[in-house]
Design a protein around this ligand. Structure first.
Ligand code: ATP
Ligand code: MG
Length: 473
């Protein structure tokens, strides 16, 4: 089979020539070949394997490019990288790998192309195209990767037990590729993943999160999370989520399965946001429900305070998985903590003051919060479904109206503490705080507009009640 058409980019001719001058064979391999055959968008990175030194090949390639791009050499890994136009090209010498129990870093020796293909994670990632004169464009496919691409199947080139145990990150990668490509994972692989799940312990949180983020960035993350769940990996990574997978019944009262509900919410939010952190918020929005769940005869099942507890749990998760403990965490926590606010609001008639308070509390994140809450509507009752969505439309309209009128999104008090102090000739004191708070409350309740004059009058009348005298200056 000839794939010369995959080698349109002029860089391939340059690599071929460099190989010829050095008298070493080279092949383009991995994701580039896979994505070409799948007709996926080219992601601007290319992996090249050389039978010999990848570093030497990279240096030679650079020499042959007019502007001689800088070659980044990673001596420890025996790899080198250069950028051609906006494409990253990585060069590696073909190698043979063997693994030790306690590490995912293999012992590496030089090898043949076949050795190199053997060490690849999946048959669909082991496809290579020749860049050598006699065989230019030939597909080298020792494991029938092409067939697996056509059958949409993720399969390891060697024994899956060994493949996953050697480098347990591959378990995450299998599930990530299945989600990204909408492929099945071969049964033996799924069984091997389940059997080797504990090996995930040697993988750093950062790498696990990288894969989770890639799963969350797909159109239908539930595919990946269901695989993670069924193989037992999710229990190890996010036990807070798997704890949601149950339905209890007391005296004929059940509650919904919040695990499957959560996956639905995550899928629902995907068409409406690309922001992976908002998708994280969807994933974690109900985690406080397992530890707060209670039953009483009067109310049935309750989850009091689950939002607040969920916010705290989110922080623990971020710490455990070595995720960034910065404004991203703050954002996810805020979304989780506020996740029930718009729903409560939309169950009743939507009042201006409730919307004003929502905008005040959510600030600039109010639109994201609405997006989360709309995705949270998973009721199968069409009347309720419609009612909630209608109410959310009203809330969204009112958010705009209220904001135009009162500017509470980034609330600035219309009258300052200093001015109030001057007005009554006061030092900083409890009274000042109370007056400022009263002004804010009056604005949020819609008693006065967010304007200086109104706030001034309001402060005067309030101060009178507190027995404060206006200073005569
Ligand atoms: P994408 O870049 O879309 O995530 P990719 O297939 O290019 O997909 P990379 O992580 O860039 O994935 O790796 C490039 C190639 O290196 C893969 O196609 C695969 O052949 C090989 N590879 C990467 N990681 C591993 C691994 N953990 N074990 C075995 N082979 C791997
Ligand atoms: Mg890649």
């Amino acid at each position: 089979m000839n794939y010369t058409k995959a080698l349109n980019n002029p860089i391939f001719k340059i690599i071929a020539q460099a190989g010829q001058e050095l008298n070493l064979e080279s092949y383009v391999i991995g994701g580039f070949v896979r994505d070409f055959i799948l007709e996926r968008d080219f992601k601007k990175d290319i992996d090249v394997v050389a039978l010999g030194s990848g570093i030497e090949l990279a240096l030679k390639v650079s020499e042959l490019i007019p502007n001689k791009p800088k070659v980044q050499v990673f001596k420890n890994y025996g790899t080198a990288m250069l950028r051609y136009k906006d494409i990253d090209i990585e060069f590696v010498g073909a190698r043979k790998e063997s693994y030790l129990q306690e590490s995912r870093n293999p012992i590496v020796e030089n090898g043949t192309l076949e050795d190199d293909q053997n060490r690849r994670d999946f048959t669909i990632n082991a496809l290579a195209i020749s860049l050598n004169k006699a065989t230019y464009g030939d597909l080298i496919d020792p494991f029938n990767g092409l067939e697996d691409l056509q059958n949409k199947c993720i399969k390891t080139p060697l024994n899956p037990d060994i493949t996953y145990s050697d480098d347990p990150l591959r378990m995450m990668r299998a599930i990530r590729f299945a989600t990204q490509l909408n492929f099945d994972i071969e049964q033996e692989s799924l069984i091997a993943i389940e059997r080797n799940k504990e090996r995930l312990n040697i993988i750093s949180g950062e790498r696990i999160v990288d894969e989770l983020n890639k799963i969350l960035s797909t159109d239908k993350p539930s595919i990946g999370f269901l695989h993670l769940y069924k193989t037992g990996l999710l229990e190890l990574i996010l036990p807070e989520l798997t704890a949601l997978n149950n339905v209890e019944e007391v005296e004929g009262h059940t509650h919904k399965n919040n695990f499957y509900h959560t996956l639905e919410v995550v899928d629902n939010i995907c068409p409406n946001t690309e922001d992976v952190w908002l998708r994280w918020a969807a994933l974690l929005h109900d985690i406080g429900k397992a530890p707060t769940k209670k039953f009483n005869k009067k109310q049935g099942w309750t989850f009091h305070g689950h939002e607040f507890l969920g916010g705290k749990m989110a922080k623990k998760i971020f710490e455990r998985l070595h995720m960034p403990l910065n404004n991203k965490l703050k954002f996810v926590q805020k979304m989780v903590i506020m996740s029930s606010r718009p729903i409560v609001l939309a169950q009743d008639t939507v009042t201006d003051s409730a919307v004003r308070r929502l905008v005040f509390d959510a600030g600039d994140d109010v639109d994201d919060l609405m997006t989360l809450c709309e995705a949270d509507i998973t009721t199968k009752n069409p009347t309720k479904f419609k009612k909630y969505h209608n109410n959310f439309d009203i809330v969204r309209k009112k958010i705009i109206e209220v904001e135009e009128k009162d500017h509470v999104r980034q609330f600035q008090p219309p009258i300052s503490g200093e001015e109030i102090m001057q007005l009554f000739n006061l030092k900083p004191s409890r009274e000042i705080g109370m007056l400022k708070e009263a002004v804010k409350e009056a604005i949020l309740d819609g008693k006065i507009p967010n304007e200086y004059e109104a706030a001034y009058e309001f402060v005067l009348s309030r101060a009178q009640k507190l027995g404060l005298q206006k200073a005569d200056n």
